[in-house]
Design a protein around this ligand. Structure first.
Ligand SMILES: [Mg+2]
Length: 209
């Protein structure tokens, strides 16, 4: 498996479908300690990402288009994913190919973007609790010689574990801060949609083998 522009377009299209299917659930998770719009916001963001795709775009171009599209979405999630996608695009531009090692670098840069933009740390009950362990697991799998699909499976496992662990914590960031206690035992909506992205990536990678 190589992560090329076509694979990225398939991933974005499939993720939009999954986000649409899970919109109500994501909204409900957000309503526990937030304003209940995470699913709706993600649908708007992913529709913009898919609409911005161009058949003739290279992978870095595609990621830049996705970054611009997602940044235009309001709330806190738009700029967060916008920054992560832009960092991934820059990392993709610097690489000559798009093999799994390059993807590991793109993921690491994207996670750093989430940290910088969200000013969040692990355990703050945000999407970072899913994305950072997933990126670390992906890189570790690649270092030990794993193929792309295998590395994505390792990342998915870490993502799901990260989601479950962060669910036990009280929210510490953003709007949810006012309602910290209510969020204990409930998935963070941003972490849940990030985990959905990994589930989608694993399915797309498995289908492409
Ligand atoms: Mg919200």
């Amino acid at each position: 498996m190589t992560l090329d522009a076509a694979a990225a377009r398939t991933f974005f299209s499939e993720l939009l479908r999954q986000i649409e299917l899970h919109q109500v659930l994501l909204d409900r998770l957000d309503a526990v300690a937030g304003d209940g719009d995470h699913g709706a916001t993600m649908v708007v963001g992913m529709r913009a990402v898919v609409a911005a795709q161009r058949e003739d775009a290279s992978l870095p171009e595609l990621l830049r288009l996705a970054a611009e599209a997602f940044s235009s979405v309001g709330g806190s999630i738009g700029p967060l994913w916008g920054t992560a996608l832009l960092r991934a695009a820059r990392a993709a531009e610097e690489q000559t190919g798009a093999d799994v090692e390059n993807v590991a670098v793109m993921l690491t840069e994207a996670v750093q973007g989430l940290r910088d933009r969200g000013r969040s740390e692990l355990g703050d009950k945000t999407l970072l609790d899913v994305m950072e362990p997933a990126a670390v697991a992906f890189a570790a799998a690649v270092r030990s010689g794993a193929t792309g699909p295998k590395a994505i499976d390792c990342a998915l496992e870490a993502a799901q574990q990260g989601l479950a662990e962060s669910a036990r914590l009280p929210a510490r960031r953003g709007r949810a801060r006012r309602l910290q206690a209510r969020s204990v035992g409930v998935d963070d909506p941003g972490a849940a949609s990030a985990c959905l992205a990994w589930e989608t990536a694993a399915r797309v990678a498995a289908a492409a083998v």
